[in-house]
Design a binder for this molecule. Structure first.
Ligand code: UD1
Length: 387
């Protein structure tokens, strides 16, 4: 009988933090309720994102406990970053030997830590088995293997023992890949848990006053390598935003990768002199949520924002050819437009004319995904996990 479960969670990059927050909250709630077994939560930050505005501010805004370990890996090529996380994580895993390793999302930290844990060799004397491998937000597929995240998703799912999915497509994809039925659990969306938990607080943010934002505005984010790493593509998108800004005021918090390229490709002046485009540094969670909720529309290439916009019923123009989150299209506000400037302008005009999509909230996006996950984890450990 387990008196205590040692649960290790990994966070590395910005979109992980909202998901970790919901898990941490659910663990806390479980422990406070005196349910058994108690969970000792060990949080490891890989340091993939390290800027104050990309990392620390999220831990503060979301009340995530300070990480027990920070691997401090920083940026690098995919191979260098992934390898560095793996090297540094191995010794932490050997020292802590958790019962469960939980990873979220699809960033390099997600696959790096899963891969290490799947082959960890404890000394014979330690008599330890590798941890149960758990992937939260499993099964999503864009079917675009040029996306680094798609590779991370496929490999992490292939190695995981328990796969927690956010939408029906996740179940369908995993089944198609031959994943055993008893590994798949439809629990809902932990990112929406965090959104629900913080919406009231976000409404109190004075960000609109601080930025001097008009009543109607669009909110823009761009950071996908396919959109921002090549000059012609980024230039065309910048020109398109300048055109959109003639129709509606735009707020554009700029990701570090995007900012670097905007400067390198000499596009900063064009954005700054356009008028009606407000460039800011990356914003904290509460400020950004405040802005999404009352935005007239979103223009984005982010995965998570497609879901947040759907939950908040805000029309979302997605500058990608595919999405791994199809429920945001079939049930939500999302329009998959791609990067053709004419199509983007047309979509914006439709929304401004009041012809955006009606949306409903997808199944289990109800604020309880974290609790469902903790319940399944405890039950699995109690039964003596299948590995
Ligand atoms: C990573 C994730 C992506 C996620 C995104 C959210 C992978 C493969 N990609 O992409 O899925 O949507 O995070 O932001 O894991 N940088 C800083 N400060 C930071 C972090 C990054 O200046 O705190 C700069 C560095 O120049 C770095 C570049 O941004 O080289 C890219 O960072 P990286 O972590 O490699 O990938 P992201 O583009 O952020």
């Amino acid at each position: 009988m387990h008196k205590e479960i040692r649960l290790m969670s990994i966070a590395g990059a910005r979109p992980n933090f909202m998901k970790l927050a919901a898990i941490a909250k659910a663990v806390e709630k479980h422990n406070v309720s005196n349910a058994t077994p108690l969970i000792r939560h060990i949080i490891v930050h890989t340091g993939q994102h390290y800027d104050e505005k990309m990392s620390k501010s999220f831990f503060e805004d979301l009340g995530i406990p300070k990480p027990d370990r920070n691997l401090g890996v920083g940026s690098g090529s995919h191979a260098a970053q992934t390898a560095e996380i793996m090297k540094r994580f191995e010794s932490v895993l050997l020292q802590e030997s958790p019962d469960v390793l939980l990873v979220v999302g699809d960033v390099n930290s997600t696959i790096a830590c899963t891969l290490v844990a799947s082959k960890i060799e404890y000394s014979r004397a330690a008599q330890r088995k590798r941890p149960l491998l758990v992937h939260v937000e499993a099964g999503l597929r864009s079917f675009d293997r040029d996306m680094p995240e798609e590779i991370n998703r496929i490999l992490t799912d292939a190695l995981s023992d328990l796969l927690f999915v956010t939408e029906q497509s996740g179940i369908d994809n995993l089944r198609r890949e031959g994943v055993l039925e008893n590994k798949i659990r439809f629990v809902g969306n932990v990112m929406i848990d965090t959104l629900i938990q913080h919406l009231e607080k976000a409404r109190q943010s004075d960000i609109k006053k601080r930025l001097g934002v008009p009543e109607r505005y669009g909110l823009v984010t761009l950071h996908r390598p396919s959109n921002v790493d090549q000059k012609e593509v980024l230039e065309s998108l910048v020109d398109c935003l300048v055109e959109v800004a003639k129709k509606i005021f735009l707020i554009f918090p700029v990701h570090p990768r995007t900012f670097k390229n905007i400067k390198e490709f000499s596009l900063l002046e064009r954005l700054q002199s356009a008028g009606h485009i407000l460039l800011t540094e990356p914003l904290g969670y509460l400020d950004f949520l405040n802005l999404i909720e009352t935005a007239t529309l979103m223009i984005t290439d982010s995965g998570g924002i497609q879901e947040e916009a759907t939950f908040l019923s805000v029309p979302c123009v997605t500058l990608r050819e595919n999405t791994e989150r199809p429920v945001t299209i079939t049930e939500g506000t999302n329009l998959l437009i791609g990067t053709n400037p004419e199509k983007i302008l047309k979509a914006v005009e439709e929304i401004l004319a009041g012809r955006g999509k009606e949306a409903k909230v997808p199944k289990y996006w109800d604020g309880k995904a974290g609790e469902r996950i903790v319940k399944v984890l405890c039950a699995t450990i109690r039964q003596g996990s299948s590995i």
